[in-house]
Ligand binder design. Structure first.
Ligand SMILES: [Mg+2]
Length: 425
């Protein structure tokens, strides 16, 4: 949420101004302030928390209408878009057929609160549909929440770009530099949302995503809010940026922001395989095993990868399109036949080695290549290899022996075993 608000505040001084379309500008001016993007992002976050993780369409939409109306009325100076203003001031709150960014700029929370891409997309659509009847405006919100979901699950840029292009039909190949040359400011979401995604894809760090978005000109607070909310899922936000945000929002907003961040932090801990393995390795109890399996299940369903150390014969190394030093991931290609490496334990059992990241793998001394593969592939591969005792995860750090028997049960279950932490919300 900090990313969205920071982007909004930074972009607010440059909205629809003649600027020289550059990344070199002062982040904060005397005019920097939060606008509708911040107010409504918080309203959506509050609604989704109130509706709970399993809230149905009616419950979620009821909370949304309630909060969007209340927040609209509570912040008369937040520069609301005129149709939205009419919507919240009216009696009936019927959705309107507009192509503005109103639905896309406020959707951020939907990208963080759910464990599957399907649920994320469904809730993102609902957050849009309460005000926007235009399918393009709804799609825009769904796309932004999807980028957040994928990025926080460590999907790389190329895969995110491919997925978003395929699912939403956006053209994402034009660079920020090229997009800046467009003269007429088309601020419909069909134009601005792909631009914000591009600012996210090109960014070197969080600040660069916000600067890239503002450098496009036009509706800069909304562009930077959207780029910022996505960039937060991929990059650290510097602490002093968070402090700038805290100083520029009201006390009540600060309280809501802190509550929301706390909920997200707890969810992220629940999804954190390394953390759960760490807890389990302190005390090998059944109570601490379940969270490990849950975290693995959530990550598996989110399309996360294991990094498998592999042997690649010398003659095949020569086939790599570019020279890749050992200790890195090699691309999967038809003419490459990397062999999985296994590890033997003292009892003579052999285990497939899998790492949650390349840096975990490189903690060992053997120099090796890696391939990234979906977690489910690794587990299924293990089941197909005779005499394979299971998969050892992060063999050189705090390791977890995922036995063949456990994997068999694990793969037969679709949902995580316990949802207690989520139910507590
Ligand atoms: Mg605004």
């Amino acid at each position: 949420m900090y990313g969205a608000i920071f982007g909004d505040i930074v972009g607010s001084s440059y909205e629809f101004r003649e600027t020289d379309k550059t990344k070199l500008f002062r982040l904060f001016t005397e005019e920097s302030q939060f606008t509708d993007d911040t107010v409504l992002s918080l309203a959506v976050a509050k609604s989704l928390i109130e509706a709970g993780p399993g809230g149905d369409e009616t419950a979620v939409k009821e909370k949304l209408v309630n909060n969007l109306v209340n927040f609209g009325k509570s912040f008369p100076d937040a520069r609301f878009e005129e149709h939205f203003k009419t919507w919240f001031e009216g009696e009936t709150h019927e959705p309107y057929d507009r192509l503005d960014n109103g639905a896309a700029m406020r959707v951020g929370a939907a990208g963080w609160l759910f464990d599957t891409v399907e649920r994320t997309r469904e809730v993102a659509r609902w957050t849009a549909e309460v005000t926007h009847s235009n399918p393009e405006a709804v799609k825009a919100a769904e796309a932004i929440a999807t980028v957040i979901f994928l990025a926080r699950n460590d999907w790389n840029n190329a895969t995110i770009q491919h997925f978003i292009q395929r699912e939403f039909g956006y053209e994402l190949t034009r660079s920020i530099e090229d997009l800046r040359t467009d003269s007429a400011a088309d601020d419909s979401c069909a134009n601005t949302v792909p631009q914000a995604i591009r600012a996210f894809l090109e960014a070197e760090d969080f600040e660069d995503a916000v600067r890239g978005a503002v450098s496009l000109g036009g509706d800069t607070d909304t562009l930077a809010c959207m780029a910022g909310t996505m960039a937060e899922a991929k990059f650290e936000i510097p602490q002093d940026f968070k402090e700038e945000v805290q100083e520029r929002i009201t006390q009540n907003m600060g309280k809501l922001l802190a509550d929301y961040e706390n909920i997200v932090r707890k969810l992220e801990e629940r999804r954190d395989v390394l953390l759960q393995i760490h807890n389990f390795s302190e005390e090998h109890s059944k109570e601490l095993l379940v969270p490990v399996l849950n975290a693995l299940s959530i990550r598996m369903r989110a399309g996360c990868l294991f990094f498998m150390p592999v042997e690649l014969p010398e003659e095949e190394v020569a086939k790599l399109s570019e020279k890749i030093p050992k200790g890195n991931v090699i691309p999967l290609a038809r003419d490459l036949h990397p062999q999985r490496r296994s590890i033997a334990t003292n009892d003579g059992k052999r285990w497939l080695a899998a790492f949650t990241s390349v840096s975990e793998g490189n903690k060992g001394d053997a120099e090796t290549y890696y391939v990234g593969e979906p977690i489910s592939f690794t587990l299924q591969a293990c089941m197909q290899i005779q005499d394979c005792a299971g998969v050892v995860i992060n063999a050189w750090g705090e390791r977890f022996f995922f036995t063949r028997e456990m994997i068999e049960v694990f793969l037969s279950k679709k949902e995580p075993e316990v949802q207690d932490d989520q139910a507590e919300r």
